[in-house]
Design a binder for this molecule. Structure first.
Ligand code: GLC
Ligand code: CA
Length: 561
């Protein structure tokens, strides 16, 4: 089933070979070489940058105020101009939209508000023509209560039900179960909102006293697993290049990760045979578990894993307690981030990649809590030069604001703040839609100075052009990619800046970021003889590095081999 489109043909050589060769040439003692992979990943992933598109908020072509697939197609040249390798599309499937599409009614049908299945196929093939891969959201853990599988389960009794959901008797003493809304007696297990019933993949440690807790290998759980494989197969056959798996850790309940790892590795083995270049990306936020379980990439985001909180503090409601490294008051501590991050990185780097995204549809955009566009340049300098695979959330490349207090649309709760329409131009509705302003999916940022793509295209110093420059630099240099070596050179408790080395390629780089409001300086012996590639507010002389408030620099080193 391998599907090689012409723009991808240059990427087909195994990255394993490249990694080994380069490691042999640059095998220095204190300069980390390129990582040697112990499990293959598709070669295209080794210099990938992703762009995340929230379909309802990106571009509206039929004037109903909601973004659509044709809208995304119309912006593919723009996406291409960013230099990204792939797109992650949030759910565009048929849904009652209680959770903005994460409550799926039909996995194989495009929601009419977004277009048709043909549009989805066209979008994927138009992206491929431009050398851009497309991964789609796999909401594997639950459906909508309106999904026919659940409707059927609601009308059957325990004896005839095929067991796609977890039903307990109505008097069972259990948590997270919701009373049956239909003729069936009992209650069902929810996965997130009450209208999102959990699919029955089984329990790692089923309690014999609770007969609804099945083993993952039981026939009903295996049938669910096959049904989801069939969903994956459908979208792979439409041309997609893999999946971002929603709540990937939620599938098996009461597990010590053994059954979960077996399940995802089973899917992985199948996927890599079915389409070798396809990738699996997890919303798990624990790379040390997710990646050995079969994922190529796991995000470190706002839940479970504390590392991101120490870097970005991305949770809108908690904005009184921001002591992250990127906080504008400079009260962060890079060592708190590194303690978590390095542990995860060391455990996973030979198997897959960590992503530190700029944001996503569930947490606040980086432009909030007083951060302004110049601060974002500091942040992106780091996010786009760290190991792993960067993800840029639509609009972050122009510095769209997080809009605290935005309407709670379709189950958004506080998340409306990061889901406002993309700002394309200075014209009506920011060029997002021709609908009346009150019909837009969510209100636009009302700031008359709101950033937009058209203006930033014209300004060589814009955040947009800066982001492009960083992406291009990263993609040209294997040392800056996920296989490049990584070594902190200056990282002191409670102090700024953070300085680190990326190495192992023909060119090595030293990156220095000072997101704090105070000027600072430090000694970095490795900087001696280095040349500035990109930067603002930094001055290196010999080993001495002086950094102005909110400054950043990327240096090419005098080859530390
Ligand atoms: C994930 C999604 C989020 C959704 C939830 C339930 O966290 O990213 O948007 O509400 O899962 O599917
Ligand atoms: Ca529309």
């Amino acid at each position: 089933m391998k599907n090689n489109h012409p723009p991808f043909s240059t990427f087909t050589r195994s990255c394993l070979i490249a990694a080994c060769l380069s490691a042999a040439v640059h095998g220095a003692t204190d300069t980390p070489p390129l990582v040697k992979l112990e499990r293959p990943v598709p070669a295209w992933l080794t210099n990938a940058v992703f762009y995340q598109i929230y379909p309802q908020s990106f571009a509206d072509t039929n004037g109903d105020g909601i973004g659509d697939l044709r809208g995304i197609i119309s912006k593919l040249d723009y996406v291409k101009s960013l230099g990204v390798s792939a797109i992650w599309l949030n759910p565009f499937y048929d849904s009652p939209f209680g959770d903005a599409g994460y409550d799926v009614r039909d996995y194989k049908k495009v929601a009419p508000r977004y277009g048709t299945n043909l549009d989805a196929k066209l979008l994927i093939s138009e992206a491929h023509k431009r050398g851009i891969r497309v991964i789609v959201d796999l909401v594997a853990g639950h459906t909508s209560v309106e999904h026919p599988w659940f409707q059927e389960s609601l009308h059957k009794d325990a004896k005839t039900d095929k067991g796609f959901y977890v039903w307990a008797p109505k008097d069972a003493n259990v948590q997270d179960f919701i009373a049956s809304p239909g003729p069936r007696e009992g209650k069902y297990l929810k996965n997130f909102f009450p209208f999102q019933p959990a699919l029955n993949y089984g329990y790692g440690r089923p309690d014999p006293a609770r007969p609804w807790e099945h083993r993952p290998s039981s026939p009903d759980c295996m049938a669910v697993r096959e049904a989801m494989r069939d969903v994956m197969k459908y979208w792979l056959d439409q041309g997609c290049d893999g999946f971002r798996v929603d709540m990937a850790a939620s599938l098996i309940k009461k597990d010590d990760n053994k059954e979960l790892a077996a399940l995802w590795n089973d899917y992985r083995t199948w996927l890599k045979r079915y389409k070798p270049d396809a990738v699996l990306v997890s919303e798990w936020s624990n790379p040390a578990k997710a990646i050995p379980s079969g994922f190529d990439i796991d995000f470190i985001i706002h839940f479970e894993n504390p590392a991101y909180r120490h870097l970005m503090n991305p949770i809108v409601q908690r904005d009184n307690a921001n002591h992250s490294f990127f906080s504008v008051d400079g009260s962060g501590d890079i060592t708190a981030f590194l303690a978590e991050y390095l542990q995860q990185y060391e455990k996973t780097k030979a198997l897959g990649f960590i992503s530190l995204p700029t944001g996503n549809h569930d947490f606040s955009r980086p432009r909030f809590q007083g951060r302004e566009i110049p601060d974002l340049k500091v942040i992106y300098t780091m996010l786009l030069t760290m190991p792993g695979v960067p993800f840029i959330y639509y609009g972050d490349e122009i510095g769209m604001r997080n809009l605290k207090g935005w309407p709670d649309k379709e189950g958004a709760q506080w998340r409306g703040s990061c889901r406002s329409p993309m700002q394309w131009t200075a014209g009506t509705n920011a060029g997002f839609s021709t609908a009346p302003a009150d019909k837009l999916y969510l209100p636009l940022d009302p700031d008359p100075q709101r950033p937009n793509v058209a203006d930033q295209e014209k300004d060589p110093n814009s955040l947009l052009n800066f982001t492009r420059q960083l992406i291009a630099l990263r993609q040209k240099n294997p040392s800056l990619g996920p296989l490049g070596g990584f070594k902190p050179l200056y990282a002191q408790k409670g102090a700024y800046p953070f300085v680190y080395l990326r190495s192992g390629g023909p060119e090595n780089f030293i990156i220095a970021v000072n997101p704090s409001p105070a000027a600072t300086e430090c000694d970095v012996p490795e900087l001696d003889g280095a040349t500035l590639v990109v930067g603002s507010g930094a001055e290196a002389s010999g080993a001495k590095l002086k950094m102005a408030p909110a400054s950043y620099a990327i240096y090419r080193t005098k080859s530390i081999h």
